[in-house]
Design a protein around this ligand. Structure first.
Ligand SMILES: [Cu+2]
Length: 222
């Protein structure tokens, strides 16, 4: 084998390895991390805490709306993927830091699929939010395959709202709580149904169609 051939083969092999490495890194970066809630004692209710923010404030898309999940160890994680045990009571708390607007589909103002078909807004039970009144609805937490839908009442858009995640309770916020029973094992898609992707066609692009912002997966493990 001539020297020229050896050099060519080496360069080609190196190029293939470099491309493979880039593809691997991009695919790893593209999947938001999973926050695991399965290490609690078996049979005990699992508490899942999340927040919604009007603008994430940093990273690749600082202007996008986003959900975050609080890990059981404390820190907020920029993800919409979390893992819970099967057939277990899941107590969800969502801190909403975003403003709201009227819903295009009033059906999404209705609470469904939760214990008693109710949710709590700052401690007060509600079954429906009339998004044409008051501050409107900011986002929903919906798991279509389980019939779960909870509208998140908005904050006053004239207030000094938090613009960089993770937000803290010193900023204006609404606390929404509800519970449901996790199903059998599987991956369950959940998402917000308010077309809140500002600046995208019909509001459904950008954060509405990107894992880690306005939709994700509830992984249920037996
Ligand atoms: Cu949303």
């Amino acid at each position: 084998m001539s020297l020229a051939w050896k050099v060519t083969v080496t360069v080609v092999l190196f190029a293939i390895c470099a491309v493979a490495a880039v593809i691997l890194i991009v695919s790893l970066l593209g999947t938001p991390p999973t926050v695991d809630f399965t290490s609690q004692s078996p049979g005990q209710p699992v508490n899942v805490t999340m927040q919604t923010v009007g603008t994430f404030g940093s990273g690749n898309h600082p202007t996008w709306v986003s959900y975050l999940v609080e890990s059981p160890q404390g820190p907020w994680v920029h993800t919409t993927v979390f893992q819970v045990p099967a057939h277990t009571r899941i107590n969800v708390t969502i801190y909403n830091y975003d403003s709201g607007s009227p819903l295009r589909n009033q059906q999404l103002g209705q609470v469904g699929g939760t214990y008693g078909n109710v949710a709590l807004l700052n401690g007060k039970a509600f079954r429906v939010i009339d998004s044409n009144a008051g501050n409107g609805v900011a986002h929903t937490f919906s798991i279509p395959s389980l019939g779960v839908n909870v509208p998140l009442y908005g904050n006053n858009s004239n207030a000094n709202l938090c613009g960089a995640a993770p937000c803290t309770t010193t900023s204006p916020h609404k606390i929404i709580r509800f519970s449901f029973t996790s199903p059998g094992s599987g991956n369950y898609r959940w998402q917000c149904f308010v077309p809140c992707g500002l600046g995208f066609l019909y509001g459904n692009g950008g954060p509405m169609s990107t894992l880690g912002y306005m939709g994700g997966f509830m992984k249920v493990v037996a």
